[in-house]
Write a protein that binds this ligand. Structure first.
Ligand SMILES: *Cc1c(COP(=O)(O)O)cnc(C)c1O
Length: 357
């Protein structure tokens, strides 16, 4: 069997949720959209079921997967519905639903529902993706109050630059949100992971941590080192071949790495078809049998090369960690010019192994 696998540490997930929960003033929705950022939404939701306040996913299909697996906690659909006929199932499965656009509001007002719905009313406070503008918000709120299809409302907005501690944008957005929602007596939901880390003065009734649950830190914050978020996924494989090459020899496609001195090369059974980033350059950290070393040359579809010079104990069968406890996924992402979110969501083809809790 091919040795590439993703080990999912569900204890770490629980630890991270509890840590995030302590940073929130109030409740926290565990964001498990996109198959829990590539970790397996059902397994993650089940592992958090006795401690989470609720979950957030992007769409009805993702929510139905959780309901089918026995998840009974609140689930928010972060983009609401895409077609009006989804409303029937949203009500039937007791899901909470974002409303971000006029067409959704109109469909909701027109629908004949068995029960009224909990609506998460989205404001565009400056991200400029979806949501109602601050100047429209009061009017939309009035229409929701007047609709027999609406049971209760939560006020939600999303930050565009919360991972930049030096940017004024987060406070500007929060101010716009607070001002436009003055006088509405409803819970608010504003903080994603970077906001929880970088903006401790901004708190809301429902926080929405995602990436920190999986152990990546989107902002480097001093003082957070003692009780750190723990990596949940370890991406691993094994060395399947060795090469001793003299100076001047290239490794891999395009000869992107050329040995400047004799080099001992290990070939690892993992590649970009498994979700390891093809843009990770020579020098990207990997760990072989617990020792840090580096990637060499271009990543191929099914294999990549690592430097074993000086690691005389390592050989065929040695275990290789691409990211996890030893190799920070945030560092791999930075080297590859992307973010941990994308790396985690892209993992595929590998075997998933879950720790018991
Ligand atoms: C994905 C998402 C989140 C979670 O973001 P993280 O940066 O992973 O914490 C929160 N809110 C909304 C609306 C989202 O789409």
């Amino acid at each position: 069997m091919r040795p590439a696998r993703a080990l999912i540490n569900l204890q770490a997930l629980r630890h991270n949720y509890q840590l995030a929960r302590r940073m929130c003033a109030d409740k926290a929705l565990a964001v498990v959209k996109a198959d829990a950022y590539g970790h397996g939404a059902v397994a993650c939701a089940q592992a958090l079921h006795d401690i989470a306040d609720g979950f957030a996913v992007s769409c009805l299909e993702e929510a139905l997967e959780l309901r089918a697996a026995g998840v009974t906690l609140p689930i928010v659909l972060l983009e609401g519905f895409f077609q009006a006929d989804e409303l029937r199932q949203i009500v039937a499965h007791n899901l909470w639903c974002v409303v971000h656009s006029d067409w959704q509001l109109e469909a909701l007002e027109r629908a004949e529902l068995a029960q009224p719905l909990t609506v998460w009313l989205k404001m565009d406070s400056g991200m400029h993706r979806v949501g109602f503008f601050p100047h429209e918000y009061q009017g939309i709120w009035q229409r929701l109050q007047a609709s027999a299809n609406v049971a209760s409302v939560v006020l939600i907005t999303h930050f565009s630059r919360a991972d930049e501690p030096d940017s004024a944008r987060t406070h500007e957005q929060f101010q716009a949100f607070s001002k436009a929602s003055e006088g509405m007596s409803a819970p608010i939901s504003v903080c994603n992971s970077p906001a929880l880390l970088a903006w401790p003065d901004i708190r809301s009734d429902w926080s929405r941590p995602g990436i920190i649950l999986y152990g990546s830190q989107p902002v480097a914050i001093q003082g957070l080192s003692r009780e750190k978020f723990q990596p949940v996924m370890t991406l691993q494989s094994k060395i399947i071949a060795l090469r001793e090459l003299p100076a001047g020899e290239p490794v891999g496609y395009g000869a992107q790495f050329i040995a400047s001195q004799p080099v001992r090369v290990g070939i690892v059974a993992i590649g970009y078809a498994d979700g390891y980033p093809r843009h990770a350059p020579t020098g990207t950290p990997v760990a072989v049998d617990g020792c840090l070393t580096q990637l060499l040359g271009r990543v191929s579809m099914d294999m990549l090369a690592v430097d074993l010079t000086g690691l005389s104990h390592a050989g065929v069968g040695s275990s290789v960690e691409l990211w996890g406890d030893q190799v920070s996924i945030d560092e791999v992402a930075a080297r590859a010019g992307t973010i941990s979110y994308q790396l985690l969501c892209n993992v595929k083809r590998v075997r998933y192994e879950y720790s018991t809790i």
